[in-house]
Structures are given as C-alpha cells and as structure tokens.
Ligand binder design. Structure first.
Ligand SMILES: Nc1ncnc2c1ncn2[C@@H]1O[C@H](COP(=O)(O)OP(=O)(O)OP(=O)(O)O)[C@@H](O)[C@H]1O
Ligand SMILES: Cc1ncc(COP(=O)(O)O)c(N)n1
Length: 264
C-alpha cells in the first residue's frame, strides 16, 4: 500500500480540496492522509468564509505524519497566504518527500480568491521549486509568469518559463480553453499533449484537485511523469463525464462512477 499525503484546504461540501484528494487517493487504492491548511466554508455555488490554520498547527500536522509514517507522495493544493506557504516549504525541505505535485490554487469556481494575491511571490520563490509536477490552469500560469497566454506558442513559452523558475515538470491544464480540453506537459526537454473533447457540463467542481491528486497517486504507484499524467487525465475525464448533479451550482467530480449504483 502506498501512503499519500495532501496538504490543502478543506471543502466542507466535499467536491474539491482535501475531500476530493482523499477520494481520489482511495480510488487509486492508496492510503490517504491530510494536513488541513485552511477550513473553507464553501459549497457548489459560493465561498462563505476561509479560516486559516495557525502555521504551528500546520507544522504539527506535517510532523505528526512524517515522524510516524513513510510518505510515498504528496499533493499540495490551496495555500492561502505567505505564512502557510513558508511553513509548508520549511517542513518539506526538512522531510524531503518524493513526488510532490503542486496545484497552485488561486480562485474557486465562483471567482472567490483562495490565495491572497500578496502571497504570489512566496508561491513562486518557495513552493514552485518543490514541485516534481506543477499543475497550473491558464489564469494561474498567467499570474505566475506575468504573461498573457492566448496562443499555443504562448502556452509552450509559459511552460518553459515555469520550468526555469524551478518546477521539474509543468502540466499546463486546458480546462479554461475553448474547444478541446488539451493539457500540455513540459519535462524540460519534450512537450506532450493530453487531449479529450470538452464535456458539456456545469459539474466541474474539483477537477483540478482530482487531476493533481491522481497524478501524485500514479507517481507513487511507480509510473513515469508522462504515464502518471496520461492515466490521471483519463481518470479526471471519467470523473467529469459521470460528475454528480449535487447542489445548485457546479456539482462535484465523481470518484466512484465505476462502482455499481453511484452514477451521475
Ligand atoms: N468540460 C471539460 N471537459 C473535459 N475535460 C475538462 C473539462 N473541464 C476541465 N477538464 C479537464 O480537467 C482537468 C482540470 O483542468 P482545469 O483547467 O479545469 O483545472 P482547474 O481550473 O485548476 O480546476 P479547478 O476548477 O478545480 O480549480 C484538466 O485535465 C482539464 O483538461
Ligand atoms: C479547499 C478548496 N481547494 C481548491 C478549490 C478549487 O476547486 P474548484 O475551482 O473546482 O472550486 C476549492 N474550491 N476549495
């Protein structure tokens, strides 16, 4: 059994954040653990409030996991502010886990900021270089690189820039493009594309969380980065195809669509 840790925010409505990550880890047959960095009161329609954990509470949770359990992979999601980023960076430098996937979460679907804008510099300087795989969507990549990303050439240039900034592999997600949902991977040498036709649905709450934790699980299970991304793309596509019409807004991805009776 591989042991996977998510360091992220809690989504009480179960569709994104820690909850999506733990469901993804379970669906990959791995043992999921969680360090809660922020408690987000949110649902499929809106974010009501965000309560950040004290940095010492984040540090204690990370210590509790690493002093006791062998960690085979880590996914980092929502880190709301500079202090939370600094403590996570310090602890990961101390424990040096393999296979860290960083999803640089900035906004919820409804547009609410999940990362304070002034934390962008710390994200770039302290979190991004920890990434074995960095998984920005297009607006996140624009914020990180400071460039507009419109054409396919812009996407390749942005990926190269994020590689130079210290991430080992960059997966630039295409959920925000029009047309096909095409994700672009750059490993410092080659580009790979992973494409699926766009699924017409409003139920896309937690797609980015699902994809990044599936990549972390696949890496821990021994796949190479391109294989881990290819399998994770298949997983998230299925989870969107069968997404659940739960709630009044953007319903959640479905992690158990292959199980009898849990269908969208
Ligand atoms: N409507 C869709 N049809 C097919 N694939 C999609 C669709 N929307 C997103 N995806 C895929 O889902 C994955 C997550 O991409 P996306 O760009 O939506 O991430 P994100 O914006 O970070 O997610 P989140 O909204 O959870 O923060 C990518 O592989 C993307 O191509
Ligand atoms: C705690 C938490 N982490 C991440 C997201 C992003 O997911 P989405 O953009 O699908 O709402 C979220 N809404 N909440």
């Amino acid at each position: 059994m591989k042991n996977l840790l998510t360091i992220a925010g809690s989504d009480c409505s179960g569709g994104a954040g820690i909850q999506a990550d733990l469901k993804t880890f379970a669906a990959h047959g791995t043992f999921g653990m969680s360090v809660i960095v922020s408690v987000v009161a949110e649902n499929t329609e809106r974010v009501i409030s965000i309560c950040d954990m004290a940095p010492s509470t984040v540090a204690d949770q990370i210590d509790a996991v690493f002093e006791d359990i062998a960690v085979d992979g880590v996914k980092i999601g929502m880190l709301s502010g500079t202090e939370q980023m600094r403590i996570v960076a310090r602890k990961l430098k101390q424990y040096r886990p393999r296979g860290v996937v960083v999803d640089p979460v900035m906004l919820a679907k409804g547009g609410c900021a999940l990362m304070q804008p002034e934390a962008l510099r710390t994200l770039k300087e302290e979190i991004l270089p920890l990434a074995c795989v960095l998984t920005p969507n297009i607006p996140e990549a624009e914020a990180i690189t400071g460039r507009n990303i419109i054409t396919p050439e812009d996407r390749r240039a942005a990926a190269k820039l994020m590689f130079q900034m210290g991430a080992e592999n960059i997966l630039l997600k295409g959920g925000h493009l029009s047309g096909e949902a095409e994700d672009l991977l750059f490993d410092g040498g080659r580009f790979y594309t992973f494409t699926h036709k766009r699924i017409e649905t409003k139920n896309t709450h937690g797609t980015g969380c699902t994809l990044s934790s599936a990549i972390a699980a696949n890496l821990a299970l021994g796949l190479s980065v391109p294989e881990a991304v290819r399998e994770a793309k298949e997983y998230v596509t299925g989870a969107i195809e069968h997404a659940l019409p739960i709630g009044k807004g953007h319903g959640p991805t479905n992690h158990f669509y292959f199980m009898k009776g849990i269908r969208g």
